[in-house]
Design a protein around this ligand. Structure first.
Ligand code: ANZ
Ligand code: ZN
Length: 879
């Protein structure tokens, strides 16, 4: 691009010069010897999918702004980056492109690294790693073998969601309407041996720890609390008899509502419950039902919504209080993995039991009455069971419950707990919804689970000196089976205990394993163990930034792993991150053309010309290629499926990184959705060009004279006050409020004031110089390249702006020497007056009564009293 103006803003040139300087001086490499306070600013690491998307740009720009700001305010800032490099997409790409997953992954990493570098993030690249590297995953393998020895890693059979097409186990979140999220295949339940980490041992600590995380969003903490799902209740025993009257093993139920025990009219058990299996041996119909229940997903949401199904087992349970015999039913909504896999059914007061009882004609009995309802509603109406459903917040009492009648929830809970404990029929119990973490995956592209199976010795952890168990990278990958499962050689090994022939585990870890401790590895590059003493210097993370979609699983595992590191004496702290910011989505307009069959061809915003009305609203759009209209489909999260992604690389190429960064920080507060619109991007580019021109124009007049604060006239003082007010606001917006859009808006306002300030006097130039320097420094966290260049234009040598002190508001500059007071007549606003800040009372009174508009309203009336609210109002009382 040629330009006529010699000093035109050329982002490409400006950005590569700044980046070269940072690289050449290793500006963002940090160590632990600094005497400044440390600050660890961490953004969630990307999956190397192939190209950065706008969500990444937003996430990493927020992190970068905070990092640079913190460094400018005197902190030793670590901002690292790495790659969450294992995972399914690499396998899918390998099948499609016939390349090894490793090769595809490394190629993507190289490309995305250069994309990140083009955005100019202040990253300490010397600490970069990819989690698929054995130097990285050896540490989680070692951790796992230690956990095995401590009994915190164990193997058991577990029912899993099995995708028959992808040949893999799916997480509950990957089952959508009973089908595999990727393949669309009907998901089957399968039981296979798998490795688990005993996260449930930490359930209470994970729950309690949330109370101390003041810097985490309430919404995330609530989601975590619900996921842990602590409930207090009783485990109660029911004796069981079969149809012939033989006594079987008793069954245990878990209930949070022992107060409803007198309303139990049957017992429901899970299809996998031992009693169900026992009964099915002699009942082919039941056996068939149990087979059918294996179909479909295992998630709770799914169980909640699916049609209630069940069957009488023919077994009878003996009511622990009344001795009455109640039937035992298999019910599809009872989970084997929660509580005891058996529920005392109270159809009078529980929704699921109620639906079930209605469907199968089982008796319904009222045992709770709401005090508020009793006066006018006397007869219990089963169809209105919810009116009688009691929660702990509504005052209720027991009815039809014999000796327990009249007790409230708490009273009944205590009385029944005491009774069952005394008779050894039950005890108090705390249950968590949180399940142990199943870490086995039947996939190739993951970290090998370091276990050896020996016929004599069983499952033996791979000895530490034999780690890492390396995943072969140079493999042919067809998609039918993992290369390490199909290779007869890879698994062959000898038993570390007895030296006999043995086989390796061929499952790999869930990729959440790698992302649950990567933050710690950044602190200790090259350490022989996962973390060394540098970990305690940097940890906990001061600011963590990432997407809300990770609010539950990732953040739970991240907190859990930190506690494992602590218990392995590798870190001192209890929690991995003090502050958490979850950025909102990046959304964009969608465009499409409908096909005759109703399907839609989604068209990328880059290929569309948009028409807008005078208020900027979209009125129509046409396809650039043919000039014909397309349908405007509304804003949606940027995604492949709606083809509304805007490529960051294209934007950086067109406008420069600083403009892209500026727009993504200006267009919305960080937690809210950000709508990408190119008109807005254009506006940011214009703003930067204006700043560029102003600084150059100012510099062209030569070195500015020194500022003499005592020699300023009113206009100069006003501009200087504006400068320092802006400094105060921007510092607070960056540091405390993380409100970057308002910080930018304040700088823009200052720019506008500056544009109107045409004072060529010596002090005028000095005041302008101070304002421009402040603007360049204040914008530096957001537009670091332009700031780097403009700082030199303002007469400084090439330097690292992060080591300049962030501007501080001068309190003297903030003092106003003139005040504006409102003038009221009998309490009604009639005008304003300007007075000196130190004006005497008589002066103010004289100016107020002389105010022309106020004088009109006082005509012919006597002044009775003048009330002055200092700095604000003068009220003249007349009558
Ligand atoms: C009787 C009762 C009466 C119940 C009533 C509720 C309301 P939370 O709070 O989630 O812990 N339950 C227990 N184990 C279950 C399982 N494996 N599958 C499905 N449901 C199960 O829920 C505890 C309640 O969920 C328990 O209290 C039990 O039903 C049911 F008016 O017992 B309740
Ligand atoms: Zn052995």
């Amino acid at each position: 691009m040629t330009s006529v103006e010699p000093n035109a803003y050329d982002p490409q040139q400006v950005e590569s010069a700044a980046q070269q300087y940072w690289d050449g001086t290793r500006a963002f490499e940090v160590n632990e010897t600094s005497d400044k306070p440390k600050y660890f600013c961490l953004s969630m690491l990307p999956y190397p999918s192939g190209a950065l998307h706008m969500g990444h740009v937003r996430n990493y720009t927020i992190g970068d702004v905070i990092s640079r700001y913190k460094r400018m305010t005197g902190h030793n800032v670590l901002q690292p980056m790495g790659w969450d490099a294992f995972g399914l997409p690499a396998e899918n790409a390998a099948i499609k492109n016939k390349t090894a997953p490793a090769k595809w992954t490394y190629k993507n990493i190289d490309h995305m690294r250069s994309q990140l570098k083009s955005l100019g993030y202040a990253i300490d690249w010397s600490r970069e790693f990819a989690t698929c590297n054995p130097d990285y995953y050896v540490h989680e393998q070692r951790m796992f073998t230690r956990l095995m020895r401590k009994g915190l890693a164990y193997r058991r059979n577990a029912v899993v969601n099995w995708d028959p097409i992808d040949q893999t186990v799916l997480a509950n979140e990957q089952v959508i309407d009973g089908r595999g999220w990727r393949s669309g295949a009907l998901v089957e339940k399968r039981e296979i041996p798998q490795w688990f980490l005993r996260i449930t041992d930490y359930a209470q600590e994970l729950l309690d720890g949330l109370d101390e995380l003041d810097g985490w969003p309430e919404s995330v903490k609530t989601m975590q609390r619900n996921w842990i799902g602590r409930s207090e209740g009783l485990e109660i025993q029911f004796a069981v008899r079969d149809a012939e009257g033989n006594t079987l093993d008793p069954l245990r139920v878990f209930t949070t509502r022992p107060d409803t025990v007198m309303g139990v009219t049957f017992v429901s058990i899970a299809g996998e419950h031992p009693l169900a299996l026992h009964a099915a041996r002699t009942n082919p119909q039941l056996a068939e039902l149990l087979g059918g229940l294996k179909q479909g997903g295992v998630s709770e949401a799914e169980l909640e919504t699916q049609e209630k199904r069940g069957m009488d087992t023919g077994l009878k349970a003996i009511h622990p209080v009344t001795g009455e015999q109640v039937p035992v039913w298999v019910a599809n909504f009872v989970l084997m993995g929660y509580g005891t896999g058996a529920v005392m059914a109270v159809p009078g007061h529980d929704q699921r039991d109620n639906e079930f009882a209605n469907k199968y004609g089982l008796p319904i009995r009222q045992v709770i009455a709401l005090k508020a309802l009793r006066k006018d509603e006397t007869a219990y109406d089963a169809s209105r069971w919810q009116d009688w459903y009691s929660d702990k917040t509504r005052e209720s009492e027991l009815v039809n419950s014999g000796e327990f009648d009249g007790l409230d929830f708490q009273g009944a809970f205590e009385a029944l707990a005491e009774r069952f404990e005394r008779k050894a029929q039950g005890q108090r119990r705390v249950n968590y919804r949180l399940r142990d973490w199943g870490v086995s995956r039947q996939r190739y592209w993951g970290c090998p689970i370091p276990v050896i199976y020996c016929d004599k010795c069983g499952a033996v952890p791979v000895p530490e000196e034999q780690l890492p168990v390396v995943l072969p990278e140079n493999v042919a990958f067809s998609g039918t089976g993992s290369p390490i499962k199909t290779d007869p050689e890879w698994r062959k090994t000898t038993c570390p205990d007895c030296g006999g022939a043995a086989e390796r585990e061929t499952d790999t870890f869930d990729t959440f394993m790698e992302s649950s401790w990567y933050y710690a590895r950044y602190t200790s590059p090259g350490a022989r163990d996962a973390v060394d003493k540098r970990g305690n210097y940097w940890l906990p993370v001061d600011q963590y930034i990432g997407g809300i979609e990770h609010a539950i699983l990732h953040l739970m595992y991240f907190r859990f792993y930190h506690k494992l590191l602590r218990d392995a004496r590798m870190v001192d702290s209890n929690e991995p991150a003090r502050n958490l910011l979850c950025q909102g989505m990046v959304i964009a307009e969608t465009y499409y053309r409908a096909n005759p069959d109703g399907s839609k061809d989604w068209i990328n915003p880059a290929d569309v010309d948009v028409q807008r009305d005078e208020r900027g609203r979209i009125t129509g759009a046409t396809l650039v290629a043919d000039g014909q209209p397309v349908v405007v489909g509304g804003t949606e999260k940027m995604s492949k499926s709606k083809n509304n992604g805007v490529d960051p690389q294209t934007m950086v190429g067109k406008y420069g990184a600083d403009t892209v960064r500026l727009f993504s920080m200006f267009a919305a507060p960080p937690e809210q959705s950000l709508e990408w619109n190119e008109a807005g991007v254009d506006g940011m580019a214009r703003f930067l060009r204006r700043l560029w021109a102003q600084v150059h124009k100012h510099a062209a007049d030569g070195t500015a004279p020194a500022l003499d604060a005592s020699a300023l006239d009113a206009g100069q003082k006003a501009l200087r006050r504006k400068t320092h007010e802006t400094i105060g606001k921007v510092g607070d917006d960056y540091g405390r409020r993380h409100s970057f859009n308002t910080a930018i808006a304040a700088v823009m306002e200052l720019m506008n004031a500056l544009a109107k300030f045409d004072d060529a006097s010596a002090q005028g130039r000095a005041v302008r110089h101070e304002a421009l320097q402040a603007i360049v420094l204040m914008l530096n966290p957001i537009t670091p390249h332009a700031s780097h260049a403009l700082w030199q234009v303002l007469g400084h040598g090439q330097t690292l702006l992060e080591d300049q002190v962030f501007p501080q508001a001068d309190p003297n500059a903030l003092v106003r020497d003139a005040l504006t007071l409102a003038v009221q007549v009998n309490g009604k606003l009639r005008g304003t007056i300007e007075v000196a800040a130190d004006a005497a009372r008589e002066q103010i009174e004289a100016l107020a009564v002389a105010e022309p508009n106020a004088a009109k309203f006082m005509e012919g009336l006597a002044v009775r009293k003048i009330i002055i609210v200092p700095g604000k109002i003068v009220n003249i009382v007349v009558g």
